[in-house]
Design a protein around this ligand. Structure first.
Ligand code: SAM
Length: 321
């Protein structure tokens, strides 16, 4: 099986060619059965027919995931509850990540306000997992932190808090100019966060519904190997073109990071000891409440960067846990 490619074909046929326990991370963003206008796939099936099909590829994804690996599935809550009922019988539930992305009112319902990303470990005791951080959220005009940390200000992390299971900081691609010709293209930042959380450099990422190749692009940017399948020839061409334009270079020094428009979006907690050399950090942590720390590559040249071996014992324990 060749890695670092997008295969044009049906995902079930492609997955059946993949040896068991190949992938460190599998991510599926299937059609949601909402009558979306894809080029090739007909997104209108009977509910049970749709679920039966989903169970077939979920079974394959579990088979190809390593015992230390993770499986993520993106969909609307209606289908994720049914996926969970199936996955609970074969893997370990970790989280339901609520990706807060404003939807359209459907009438006589609550307005859908989030997509879900189900997060399962193939084996919870052996799973690879890294805590991650995102930058503090601030008032755009005055720079003050959104959240009131009260008496905990002296303990503020200079970069930002640990990421929770509600993601409100990553936006859907709203502008047509930033999106390829696909109705459901995901932002790379969502995939980069998952990849940083559950894999290491050189690990294998598999996406059976590659679409425009977002997962594969994120994997390539972060120095991971990848494999995708996609039914539609037009989307395959877009994915291949995006991959050809992508550099394996989303890092600062030797640390892989997720960034967008020149700003860091997600880092690993265990990487902070090395990344902090690039920031001027005020001595009083409370000062962070009113002013963000500023990134400057030149600072690293005057500060000795701690080597990975110099990480704090707590970070090392988390990494190996
Ligand atoms: C929700 S989209 C994925 C979008 C992707 N995450 C992106 O960011 O571009 C689902 C994709 O699955 C593809 N698809 C549908 N049935 C498939 C199948 N049986 N095998 C492979 N791909 C399939 C569709 O053509 C569509 O591009």
């Amino acid at each position: 099986m060749t890695l670092d490619t997008v295969v044009h074909g049906d995902c079930l046929a492609v997955l059946r060619q993949v040896p068991s326990e190949t992938a460190d991370l599998t991510f599926a963003d299937p059609p949601f059965n909402l009558a979306k206008k894809y080029q090739t796939y007909d997104d209108r099936r009977g509910g049970e027919e749709y679920l039966d099909w989903c169970r077939q590829w979920l079974r394959e994804l579990l088979r190809i995931t390593k015992p230390t690996g993770s499986l993520f599935v993106h969909n609307i809550p209606k289908w994720l509850t049914r996926y969970a009922a199936f996955l609970d019988t074969q893997a370990d539930f970790r989280h339901w990540i609520a990706w807060d992305a404003l939807g359209m009112p459907l009438g006589k319902t609550l307005m859908p306000r989030h997509y879900g990303i189900l997060f399962y470990a193939k084996d919870r005791r052996r799973q690879k997992f890294y805590e991650i951080r995102h930058p503090h959220r601030r008032c755009r005009k005055c720079n003050v932190l959104h959240k009131d940390y009260g008496g905990k200000k002296p303990g503020l992390h200079p970069f930002g808090p640990l990421v929770s299971d509600v993601w409100s900081d990553l936006h859907r691609i709203k502008h047509a100019s930033r999106r390829a010709a696909h109705p459901c293209q995901l932002p790379e930042t969502v995939l980069e966060r998952l990849i940083l959380m559950a894999t290491d450099e050189g690990d294998v990422v598999v996406d059976p519904f590659a679409g425009t190749g977002t997962t594969l692009v994120a994997a390539k940017k972060l120095g991971r190997r990848y494999l995708g399948a996609e039914l539609d020839a037009g989307y395959v061409a877009i994915a291949r073109e995006r991959l050809a334009q992508t550099q394996t270079a989303s890092r600062i020094g030797d640390v892989w990071v997720s960034q967008a428009r020149g700003m860091l979006v997600t880092i690993r907690d265990c990487d902070w000891p090395r990344l902090q050399a690039y920031y001027a950090i005020p001595a009083a942590a409370a000062a962070i409440e009113t002013a963000p720390i500023v990134f400057d590559r030149r600072l690293a040249a005057v500060t000795a960067l701690p080597s990975p071996a110099a990480e704090s014992p707590a970070a090392r324990r988390r990494k190996t846990a």
